[in-house]
Design a protein around this ligand. Structure first.
Ligand SMILES: *[C@@H]1O[C@H](CO)[C@@H](O)[C@H](O)[C@H]1NC(C)=O
Ligand SMILES: *[C@@H]1O[C@H](CO)[C@@H](O)[C@H](O)[C@H]1NC(C)=O
Ligand SMILES: *[C@@H]1O[C@H](CO)[C@@H](O)[C@H](O)[C@H]1NC(C)=O
Length: 398
């Protein structure tokens, strides 16, 4: 508008001075052209600005759209990551499950072939052990396999067999809980594992309750920590349930044998050589003490202060005079053998690689080695579990 007014002014000026020289007219025309040009350029500039504005508007709209799209992608990725984590979790649990072979109905039932095989092995190995006598040279290499046979009784407890040749049989002795005076005797492993058995277990009442989970049945007698005493061992006949003998285990009873099994102060073990008892002694830093007992006279044959700690231990077993100590964490998990003590001093700690148990439910409240079966009868959080052992002979006895 302003430019137009300006042009009109010039035009009117031109009209007034029309009579002026042609030079003036040229000048006037020249200005007119320039003004028109400027006007056009201003219009174009205005259009350009409008275009720029439009483009900026478009761009910001586009950016807003892209931010929206990015947010969508971000939440998609988050969802994906979440489902990935869940899947990984599930896969881990599946692996664990396969590893454990959870005791469903099918795995609780022990196969007849395994029983037959065990029976044959027991018969043939019984002869071998009698021949071998006390010249024992078997070394433990690792766990061959695990079998969960049953879930019965208390969370803690103990189940075992009598491994001696004279009274040794297929009978299963079942001690549920860490204090009771009633144990159950099953005729065989088969009748123990079959839930629908016709033959009921025999109920055996002991004259005094037991303490802990470390009992042993050896040559027709049950050996156990007399409850409410610090360190008294009772030897009770399974035939007439009378106390055949009693003794005190020196230095025992002040702290639990294993840091992770608070009820057990005396843990009995049976191996190829005979009857042992394990306890922890605070005077030697809470280390384990291994004592060889003479089962007939119920007296101490010899005692060894071992280098194995009771802290974080959950159990132990003796094979051919070598103590193997099983450790775990308070939270439970895979049990490992991390310490051994050889009464013959032929094996040193350095030789022992860390040996893993198959994954457990929580932790073992008892572990009993059976020298003829070459198995450990364990109680794992209420599950009665058998571990087949991989054993190696150091010397061939013929
Ligand atoms: C003792 O053991 C018997 C047989 O296993 C069981 O019925 C009883 O409840 C137990 N008693 C206690 C106090 O745990
Ligand atoms: C238990 O055995 C009886 C007879 O042998 C049978 O009828 C019953 O179905 C069995 N029960 C289970 C749970 O297996
Ligand atoms: C109980 O049985 C054992 C053998 O198991 C025997 O040595 C003992 O003399 C018997 N005691 C009584 C009081 O009958």
């Amino acid at each position: 508008m302003f430019l137009k007014l300006l042009a009109m002014l010039f035009l009117s000026l031109g009209a007034v001075r029309a009579q002026r020289s042609t030079q003036d007219i040229f000048m006037l025309e020249y200005f007119q052209r320039r003004i028109l040009e400027m006007e056009e350029r201003l219009i174009r500039c205005d259009q350009d600005i409008q275009k720029v504005n439009q483009r900026m508007h478009d761009m910001s709209a586009e950016m807003r759209g892209q931010v929206g799209a990015v947010n969508v992608i971000k939440s998609e990725i988050e969802d994906y990551m979440e489902s990935l984590a869940t899947r990984v979790d599930r896969v881990e649990r599946d692996v664990e499950y396969l590893h454990n072979k959870l005791p469903d109905a099918s795995s609780i039932e022990i196969s007849d072939s395994l029983l037959d095989q065990q029976l044959k092995e027991t018969q043939s190995k019984r002869k071998a052990v009698i021949l071998q006598g006390k010249e024992c040279s078997t070394r433990f290499i690792g766990i061959k396999s695990q079998k969960i046979l049953k879930k019965a009784g208390n969370v803690v407890g103990s189940w075992l067999k009598d491994p001696t040749a004279t009274s040794g049989s297929s009978k299963i002795y079942f001690f549920s809980g860490s204090r009771n005076n009633t144990l159950l005797q099953f005729g065989s492993l088969k009748s123990f594992t079959e839930s629908n058995t016709t033959s009921k277990p025999k109920v055996i009442q002991l004259p005094r309750p037991w303490q802990g989970t470390g009992h042993a049945v050896y040559d027709g007698f049950v050996y156990y920590h007399n409850s409410d005493t610090r360190n008294e061992v009772l030897k009770v006949s399974l035939v007439n349930r009378t106390v055949a003998d009693r003794m005190l285990v020196p230095t025992a009873g002040r702290i639990p044998t294993y840091g992770l099994s608070p009820h057990t102060f005396l843990d009995f073990a049976v191996d190829e050589i005979g009857l042992w008892v394990i306890h922890a002694d605070p005077d030697i830093g809470g280390n384990l003490v291994l004592t060889k007992l003479d089962s007939r006279s119920l007296s101490v044959e010899h005692t060894w202060d071992t280098t194995c700690k009771s802290h974080n231990a959950e159990g132990a077993f003796v094979i051919c005079g070598i103590l193997y100590v099983v450790y775990n964490a308070h939270s439970g998990g895979r049990s490992t053998i991390q310490c051994l003590f050889d009464i013959h001093d032929t094996i040193w700690m350095e030789e022992l690689p860390v040996m893993y148990f198959p994954k457990a439910y929580s932790s073992h409240s008892s572990m009993h080695y059976h020298p003829q079966d070459k198995q450990i009868y364990a109680w794992d959080d209420g599950y009665q579990t058998v571990y087949h052992l991989d054993l190696k002979k150091l010397l061939q006895v013929t």
